[in-house]
Design a protein. Structure first.
Ligand SMILES: Cc1ncc(COP(=O)(O)O)c(C=O)c1O
Length: 443
């Protein structure tokens, strides 16, 4: 019989047939804390012009109102990627061996500092899509149980639900949270979810900010209402709240870990400005415990169990949900630089700036008779996305005409597709005025 092999971070790869050296990372190097020539101090406030200058947008003569789609890397992120890329190209074996067990912890620390949780509560993924799939497929769903979701979520969210429910023999119920978005209210949203919960409901899957209308859900209030419904339920029957948070993460001044979600999923390559191909899932330790792994993890306990031909000794942890294998490490390891950039600007300043630009844009659109604005005004039920229609014009045509004026808008990829604008840190009030002027001229 094989003797029990004790494994730790150091000898994980030794036992996998690869040697591992002591891991040392030059402080600040992996974190990408400096913002080019602007400042080395995380406490110094960057002006909005300085923030915009960090982006390498080819076309400064364009007005970028679709930056949420996939980020342009800001300078600190580009520099961190480049540092890692160069080091890997110079010596892939040694650089990766030195860093691959240290960097996940640093990334978890950076993410958890931003969202208010603990490092061990973070799984690193490559997108919102991947995070949603990992969570829904890992949930302990039983045949006959139900996932309650809404008619307003993104394609990838609905697909993750459909595929996981099919496998478990679970059911899916999709509800509309409003009949007319013009009249939508917080109490209506909460009431519709509450009234749709039955004894079969095991999961409620929602989206923080809808990319089809720009509606922002009151996640905390929904979580409170679900907590109320959970009062008389056994732990094994507890309703779990899964949130696709991608369009609120990096926009709203929220402490995500306190919002009441059981699983919070977001790509970090949109509003967070992280490296393209990065994302996270946050959940408390007790929630990670119930998740089944889908991918083999590069983690000590699963490896140790495998090599010693035994069962896993401890329940699932967040780090086991990060898929194993070699990744595009120069990208993944540059993620802390994006959170350092956000920290340097300030989460509440970011939220305030995005809110002001969106208010300006929505008020301008609301005043135009030929425009039908779908996104609620103010910021209680909306965030950084604005959806609208122009009377008698298809959304694709609106986007095309704006592009002719160097304004980059998008259409929303939903059954009812609207024209969409996303005023962000990359924009100025003057740019919003210019965009409004051209939309006005489309009458
Ligand atoms: C609400 C929502 N969820 C998920 C996604 C997919 O995100 P990702 O590209 O990070 O997988 C999108 C795409 O923009 C989205 O709008």
């Amino acid at each position: 019989m094989q003797k029990n092999i004790q494994l730790n971070r150091r000898n994980f790869l030794v036992n996998a047939g690869v040697s591992i050296a002591a891991a040392t990372i030059v402080p600040g190097q992996a974190q990408g804390l400096s913002i080019g020539s602007n400042s080395d101090s995380a406490s110094e406030q960057l002006s909005w012009a300085a923030v915009r200058a960090q982006f390498d947008l080819m076309s400064r003569d364009h007005i970028h109102l679709s930056s949420f789609f996939l980020t342009s890397h800001p300078r600190p992120v580009r520099e961190a990627i480049e540092r890692h890329r160069r080091a890997i190209d110079e010596n892939p074996f040694e650089y990766i061996e030195k860093n691959m067990f240290e960097m996940p912890g640093k990334i978890q620390a950076a993410v958890s500092e931003y969202l208010g949780g603990k490092p061990e509560e973070i799984a690193i993924t490559n997108s919102t899509t991947m995070g949603l799939a990992l969570v829904y497929h890992g949930l302990p769903l039983k045949s006959g149980q139900e996932i309650l979701t809404t008619a307003h979520d993104h394609f990838v969210h609905h697909e993750a639900i459909r595929l996981s429910a099919e496998r478990a023999g679970a059911m899916v119920k999709k509800i509309a949270l409003f009949d007319d978005i013009k009249a939508v209210s917080e109490s209506e949203i909460i009431g519709r979810i509450k009234n749709s919960i039955t004894s079969k409901t095991r999961v409620v899957g929602i989206t923080w900010v809808h990319s089809g209308t720009g509606l922002k859900l009151p996640v905390r209030a929904i979580a409170n209402s679900i907590a109320e419904a959970n009062k008389d339920r056994a732990e094994s029957d507890r309703i779990l709240l899964v949130v696709d948070g991608v369009h609120g993460f990096g926009v709203e001044d929220e402490t995500v870990a306190e919002m009441g979600a059981d699983f919070f999923i977001a790509g970090t390559h949109k509003w967070i400005f992280g490296p393209r191909g990065t994302g996270i899932v946050w959940a408390k330790r007790e929630n990670w415990k119930m998740l089944r792994m889908i991918f083999p993890a590069f983690a000590i306990e699963p490896f140790s169990a495998w090599i010693n031909d035994r069962k896993l000794n401890v329940p699932t942890q967040a780090s086991w949900i990060t898929q194993g294998g070699f990744h595009a490490f120069e990208y993944e390891w540059a993620l802390p630089a994006a959170f350092a950039f956000h920290k340097q600007i300030g989460r509440s300043r970011i939220a305030g700036q995005i809110r002001n630009l969106n208010d300006q844009c929505k008020e301008g659109l609301a005043a135009m008779r030929h425009v039908k604005l779908y996104t609620p005004r103010g910021n209680r039920l909306s965030s950084g996305l604005i959806c609208f229609e122009i009377e008698g014009m298809r959304s694709g045509e609106v986007v095309k005409r704006l592009l002719a004026h160097r304004i980059i808008a998008s259409t929303s990829p939903y059954k009812e597709s609207y024209a969409r604008l996303a005023p962000s840190l990359l924009n100025t009030p003057a740019e919003i005025e210019t965009a409004l002027k051209h939309i006005n001229a489309l009458a």
